[in-house]
Write a protein that binds this ligand. Sequence first.
Ligand SMILES: [Zn+2]
Ligand SMILES: [Zn+2]
Ligand SMILES: [Zn+2]
Length: 158
Amino acid sequence: MSEPVESSSVEVGARRTRQRTEVIALLEETREFSTAQQLHARLRERGSRIGLATVYRTLRLLTDSGEIGALRLDSGEQLFRRCDSARRHHHHLVCRSCGHTVEIHGPAVESWMLQVAEDNGFRDISHVLEVFGCCARCAEGADSPSGPTDDAGSSPAC
Ligand SMILES: [Zn+2]
Ligand SMILES: [Zn+2]
Ligand SMILES: [Zn+2]
C-alpha cells in the first residue's frame, strides 16, 4: 500500500455514479423486463457511451443491493426491471409474449417455504419464483385477427 490512489478512485466513483444513474433512469421508464443487451442498445441510442460490460456490472450491483429485480428465463437469459416495491420481497407475473409484468406478493407461499425448509432441517434458504403466462391484452390480440390473414391464425401471440 505505497501509492495513494485517492484522486483516481474518486473519479472512478463519479463515473460509476453517473452510469448507475443512467441505467436507473432508463429502467424507470421501461416497465417491462429487459435484457442487458436491450438496455445497452437503448442507452447508446440516446447518446450514452456506456459499454455493455459496464451495463452488466451496474445491473448486477443494482440487483445485489435490491434496487432492481432480476429474473432468469428457461433459456438462461437474465432480465432486469425496476420494481415499484424493489425493497420489499416479491415475485412477478410475467407475460411471455409482451413482457408485461405485475408484482405479486405471496405471504402464504413464503411461510410454506420456510416451514418445509425448517421441517427438513434447512437453514439460510433462498428461492426463485416467477409466474409466466399470457396477459389479458395479448390473449385478446391473439383472438381478434387484424386484417386479411388466411394463414396467420395459427400463431397466436402466446
Ligand atoms: Zn419486481
Ligand atoms: Zn402480453
Ligand atoms: Zn418469495
